[in-house]
Design a protein around this ligand. Structure first.
Ligand SMILES: *Cc1c(COP(=O)(O)O)cnc(C)c1O
Length: 394
């Protein structure tokens, strides 16, 4: 197969015919499609791969995105969604029934955790959380009703990388469907299907689209049978992307490998310098030898990624002062865009948690999360240094 950089540029191009044709993917901004005969229209209603009827069921621009994502992840097929949570909820709701059991990694994206908690509270689905570091934990948790294993390639904000090869193989032995949220690694740094995953989930809002201007999500399937099973449920759910959102996402993808290289290189520079700074007591980035996931990260990732977090000695006050003190980086909740963003989880995304719960989630009161962009690393470091100079050392 061609290199991911080549695929990122060319996989969308499936020229249908000869002669003059657009070089880019056309934006088909239409909700419905017209037919010449009633029987042709009826035939088109058969499944996910027929002619286009109505854009909640399928649209040429959205299908080009699905084809591209399947190509990048090395999957058989994909379904695009209106957001990452649309993809996650869609897959969970489509696959699970009352009485089913799910094993999930403890350090999950907050929205995924909320979705699983809701399924447990309201739909009679049992969820067991494991660290993701040990296969024996999964073996102990799994039983005859276990249907699904849910993990993330790189957890946020701790940078934990679970033992994907071990856990995916264990799930396969037990006929448990595995789903891996690959949003933080992107298919450039890791392709979970190559490691044995059945489903790869994405918030394409993040690195895939990459420009902080569009929401989107996707599920990529190792085997098309799962897409055939899930697709009718997602049509009912209606979490289909608008064609323009799919088009914007496609617009970002050819530069994904270049962007990921810069995100990783910049994070490497900042992580090294932050680790040596007196205001910083700990740094979490899986590409640092001191990180607990370092060994597995070197095995399953081809770079450390663009998300890092660090603990300030000055605690909560220092964390707040830092995110308000940056000038080039912006204070915003998302990640994966070209611009550097910072957040202080203890006062925002995790503000409901008390000190004990924060500690259990691996989040200190002075933790700052940084989504490192593709700016010049020296400009970024100057900004980080001046913001650090304004925080109390604790
Ligand atoms: C942002 C994110 C999501 C949710 O995606 P949305 O596009 O915001 O719905 C899911 N998983 C991870 C790892 C994320 O970072």
């Amino acid at each position: 197969m061609e290199d991911i950089r080549t695929r990122a540029v060319h996989v969308v191009n499936q020229p249908p015919a000869r002669g003059s044709r657009p070089l880019s993917v056309p934006l088909v901004q239409s909700s419905a499609f017209a037919f010449d005969s009633a029987s042709e229209l009826a035939e088109a209603m058969a499944g996910p791969d027929g002619q286009y009827v109505y854009s909640r069921r399928g649209n040429p621009t959205v299908r080009a995105l699905e084809h591209t994502l399947a190509g990048l992840e090395g999957g058989a097929s994909a379904i695009a969604f209106a957001s990452g949570m649309g993809a996650i909820s869609g897959v969970l709701l489509a696959l699970l029934r009352p009485g089913d059991h799910v094993v999930a990694q403890r350090c999950l994206y907050g929205g995924t955790y909320a979705s699983l908690t809701d399924l447990a509270d309201r739909y009679g689905i049992e969820v067991t959380y494991v660290s993701g570091d040990e296969v024996v934990e999964f073996e102990a948790a799994a039983g005859p009703r276990t249907r699904l294993l849910v993990m993330e390639t790189i957890a946020n904000p701790t940078g934990q990388v679970p033992d994907l090869p071990g856990l995916l193989a264990a799930a396969r032995r037990r006929n448990v469907i595995s789903a891996v949220d690959n949003s933080l690694a992107s298919p450039v740094l890791c392709r979970p299907i190559e490691l044995g995953a059945d489903i790869v989930l994405h918030s394409t809002t993040k690195y895939l689209a990459g420009h902080s201007d569009v929401l989107g999500g996707a599920a990529v399937f190792a085997d098309d049978g799962l897409r055939q099973e899930i697709w009718p449920r997602t049509v009912e759910l209606g979490s289909t992307p608008d064609p323009f959102a799919a088009w914007l996402t496609l617009r970002g993808i050819p530069t994904l490998p270049l962007r990921m290289r810069e995100h990783c290189a910049n994070a490497d520079v900042l992580a090294g310098r932050l680790a040596a700074h007196p205001a910083v007591t700990a740094i979490h980035w899986p590409w640092l030898p001191a990180h607990p996931s370092y060994a597995v990260a070197r095995k399953v990732l081809s770079g450390g990624g663009g998300l890092l977090s660090f603990e300030l000695a000055g605690g909560r006050e220092a964390g707040r002062a830092f995110v308000e003190g940056v000038r080039l980086a912006r204070l915003a909740l998302s990640l994966g865009g070209v611009e550097t963003l910072v957040t202080h989880p203890a006062s925002t995304s995790h503000r409901e948690l008390g000190a004990a719960a924060l500690a259990a989630a691996g989040i200190g009161a002075g933790l700052v999360r940084m989504s490192v962009g593709i700016e010049d690393p020296e400009d970024l470091w100057r900004d980080v240094e001046q913001a650090l100079s304004g925080v109390v050392l604790g």
